[in-house]
Design a protein around this ligand. Structure first.
Ligand SMILES: Nc1ncnc2c1ncn2[C@@H]1O[C@H](COP(=O)(O)OP(=O)(O)O)[C@@H](O)[C@H]1O
Ligand SMILES: [Mg+2]
Length: 302
């Protein structure tokens, strides 16, 4: 089965099946990945991916643009969803996060963006701590977030949605609009149309465009291809790569794991609130353990 065939589900649903519970390490018959303290043990693995280790993470993360260290976070007191998650994104990187349903991928993005409380651990932007900073503080500092759902104002026009994106710096509207229209020409054509009347793919462009209006240094994208037709999914992955190529660092969560790993510089496999594996996208996609444990039939069928 090729990658194209895999996408025929037409939405994240196709990938969800492949990532489903029977193929994840929550199955008692499937071995859990080992979290090793010693990076040499990870290096000794014949596999292309690396098992995440604290020392390995700390050494590699350095002065990353965005850095998450041992973050514990959740929605209810005493119930943590993220259990010591590590992640970093270097300036200009496109980082993908994949993992089974319920692994905490969305929670991780929300925790970075101040929408879920972090009880311990650190989030840093250019070395400065932003742990538990709220969205309104983060946006002016260059963090953009596109949630998976409800990410446009449906009753507002495309233009008004984009204006909302830059309301903190209205004088920059024209310049930023030209930038966004350069990436998504269809948004300029449809500027007077209500966002709610657009196709799913076009709405996703409005959502990304709105986040780009504030000229973010790092853009957090939660499942941008979810629910879209295969051709629109292609466009979203193409657009994401294009955005990254303009210099924006991108951290993208995707259920469409294979496609995500194909375009990202580096991927993370998140499992049960921890970063289980990391490595170059191409390395992870070909790694037998990642395929077996996380990509399931999606990966095996290649
Ligand atoms: N608003 C919420 N309140 C309580 N629990 C939540 C909420 N959102 C998600 N969760 C729980 O957090 C866990 C991780 O969810 P999520 O981060 O959405 O996973 P993923 O994006 O990897 O599929 C799941 O067990 C989910 O039920
Ligand atoms: Mg999610």
């Amino acid at each position: 089965m090729s990658g194209e065939e895999v996408d025929e589900g037409g939405s994240a649903g196709g990938a969800e099946r492949a990532d489903g519970p029977t193929e994840t390490p929550s199955d008692p018959d499937v071995p859990r990945p080992v979290f090793v303290a010693d990076p040499e043990a990870a290096a000794a693995s014949e596999s292309a991916m690396e098992v995440c280790s604290r020392r390995g993470h700390v050494a590699a993360a350095g002065e990353a643009l965005l850095r998450v260290d041992e973050v514990v976070a959740g929605y209810l007191p005493g119930v943590s969803i993220l259990n010591g998650t590590d992640l970093y994104a270097d300036e200009g990187e496109l980082v993908g996060i994949i993992g089974p349903n319920g692994a905490g991928k969305s929670t991780l993005l929300k925790a970075i963006f101040g929408l879920v409380g972090i009880s311990s651990g650190l989030v840093r932007l250019r070395g400065e701590e932003i742990t538990n900073h709220k969205a309104h503080q983060l946006v002016p500092r260059g963090v953009g977030f596109v949630p998976q759902t409800d990410n446009v104002f449906p009753s507002l026009t495309v233009l008004e949605n984009l204006e909302m994106g830059v309301f903190l710096r209205p004088k920059r509207f024209r310049e930023r609009f030209d930038f966004v229209a350069g990436l998504f020409p269809v948004l300029a054509e449809r500027r007077s149309q209500r966002a709610g009347s657009l196709s799913g793919g076009e709405r996703q462009m409005v959502a990304m465009g709105r986040a780009l209006m504030m000229e973010p240094s790092v853009l957090l994208l939660d499942e941008p291809s979810a629910g879209l037709s295969p051709s629109m999914q292609d466009e979203v992955f193409f657009n994401t790569k294009q955005i990254n190529q303009t210099g924006v660092t991108v951290v993208m969560v995707e259920q469409n794991a294979r496609r995500c790993l194909q375009i990202c510089d580096r991927g993370y496999v998140l499992d049960q609130g921890r970063s289980a594996y990391t490595g170059p996208g191409a390395g992870l996609i070909d790694d037998p353990k990642v395929v077996e444990l996380y990509l399931g039939t999606l990966g095996r069928a290649r």
